[in-house]
Design a protein around this ligand. Sequence first.
Ligand code: SF4
Length: 314
Amino acid sequence: MMEDKIIVLNQLKREDLFDTFYWKKQVGKRFVLQISKGLVAEASWFAHYKEDGNLQDFTIELSSMSKCPINCTFCGATSLDSTPKYLSAEQIFSQANFVLQDYLKKCNNKDEVLKKLFISFYGIGETSLIADTILKSIELIKNKYPTSHFNIATMGAKPNEFEKFASIPDLITLQLAIYHPLDSEAKKIFVGHKNYSIDTILLNLNKFMKKNTLARIRINYVLLDKFNDDTETLELLIKKLKNNQLDLSRIAIKLSYLNNTVTSIENKLERPANEKYDALKKFLEKKEINCYLFGTKENIFISCGQLISNCVDK
Ligand code: SF4
């Protein structure tokens, strides 16, 4: 296979403390890469360490698009020029290879890293719009790195494609972005997706969970000040999950911190106060809903879309 010549346009490396289920420290490096002429994407590696200092996992985060048509009002990719640009399976593979080799060339625990290798499609791009490309790129990655495990993120632009994701080998997580349980409100965030329907999404999530009984489900709920950061909205979300007979023991709600991008600032979107996160987590726990906080209290400038929006011509 001919690989594209990748050029690094920007990069940022840093170390941060987190408090997740499985790991407490992250050492990460994010790149803005020119994959081919006119096609720019963000990709990262993250080494996650447990409390005892041992490696929990080594995660590669990939983009599947350079510009995504969903145009979420806080996404860094939304500030780029107006034509959606999708990567091919080969370009996604090249990106994975590039980022992994960047780490491996300086590491002395290569075997351990490869054993704990997670490939996350959590970067720029709505995966359900190009499900076949994602599946093909996974095949290419698995051929070269057979120990890889996979995480897929989607906001459900094409919910009937979830079924395809159910057959991904070694799929660890399906992460579904839900920012509001009411379609009319959710569309204020997903401005490029006019047909958003949470009921259709949850119906297809149910089918996915029946077909793939092992993957864990994460609902990525980015808390936005005065938009979705109240108990009534979360109560409605829980009601919708229950109405769709979803197995809640496999689902966790991830209350995520918003990281500012050029677009979120332009749209005046803000995080709620830190106390809100703790209060809403307690609220969910009281309802016996699995949940956790994700992110850092300070803006760490290494989250999806933060680097690319400052570095690419608009
Ligand atoms: S947040 Fe995800 S779905 Fe939304 S515009 Fe960005 S890449 Fe697309």
